[in-house]
Design a protein around this ligand. Structure first.
Ligand code: COA
Length: 247
């Protein structure tokens, strides 16, 4: 079974992170598949929008920590291809989240056009706590969304927050019993709208910040890669892996 399920329902492409036994922690091969799927969907007239969700008990536990410990991450690693594909994706992207949305599981939502969350969702961006820096353009997108003070508080303390706070912050559109069903329903409604108007509206909504976000993503990527090799980060990863091994 693929770790990314790809299903087309009428004109909607549904991508499901499908590694539930690891809380959908995303590996470089999963990033590669996600990037390829988005790039293909971007050029496919038969696909009008994309829904992304997670199988099992979590949306995603973020980047796979073992991958980070074992693989050298360069600016041409699949994670960066995915981030570029996400940032450049011209069609509506709708996320459905539940359980844990860690790291990129929260930052990728800032690139999505609509987000629905289950009541049990815990959002977290523990980059600083892990000795890292924010990624995926979140160091510009998050303060733009919530203001500098709130973004600083959440990034610098590494604290998590729930669905109610995410709604109040404007990160999500709504709290749903079945966020995937809601996301697919909305995707179907948008898919029936005039496609050129949809594309142009998304482009206009993003036009004020597109290049700025790209520049920040480049800077974040460089700093993140350096931080990954630091003793602080490697130590935090070792601590997590050994705590899970002890069971
Ligand atoms: N990378 C690799 N494996 C991960 C992972 C990650 N980011 N997150 C969870 N897993 C694995 C665990 O090692 C465990 O594997 P095992 O059953 O073989 O031991 C399995 O997924 C289930 O995770 P577990 O921690 O037991 O689930 P939980 O419900 O108790 O906690 C989380 C869920 C998400 C809170 C917790 O797994 C966690 O904090 N993960 C790390 C998040 C993180 O720091 N991500 C990196 C951000 S840059």
């Amino acid at each position: 079974m693929s770790e990314i399920l790809i299903e087309q329902i009428d004109q909607v492409l549904h991508l499901t992170l499908n590694r539930p036994e690891k809380k959908n922690a995303i590996t470089q091969s999963m990033y590669r598949l996600l990037a390829d799927s988005l790039n293909q969907a971007a050029g496919d007239f038969g696909i009008r929008d994309v829904v992304i969700s997670g199988a099992g008990k979590a949306f995603t536990a973020g980047n796979d920590i073992m991958d980070f410990m074992n693989e050298e991450i360069t600016m041409s690693s699949p994670v960066f291809h995915f981030l570029k594909a996400l940032h450049d994706f011209p069609k509506p992207l709708i996320a459905a989240v539940h359980g844990n949305a860690v790291g990129i599981g929260t930052t990728m939502l800032m690139h999505c056009d609509l987000v629905y969350a289950a009541d049990d969702t815990t959002f977290s961006m523990p980059f600083v706590t892990l000795g890292l820096v924010p990624e995926a353009g979140s160091s510009i997108l998050f303060p733009k969304l919530v203001g500098h003070a709130k973004a600083s508080e959440i990034f610098l303390t590494g604290r998590s927050f729930g669905a109610d706070e995410a709604l109040a912050l404007g990160l999500i559109n709504g709290i749903e019993d079945d966020p995937t069903r809601k996301a697919l329903e909305i995707a179907e409604v948008i898919a029936l709208q005039p496609p050129t108007a949809v594309l142009n509206t998304k482009a206009l909504l993003k036009s004020g910040s597109h290049i700025a976000v790209e520049n920040v993503m480049q800077a974040e990527g460089e700093m993140f890669r350096i931080a990954l090799a630091s003793d602080e980060t490697q130590g935090a990863f070792m601590k997590f892996m050994s705590s899970r091994m002890k069971g």
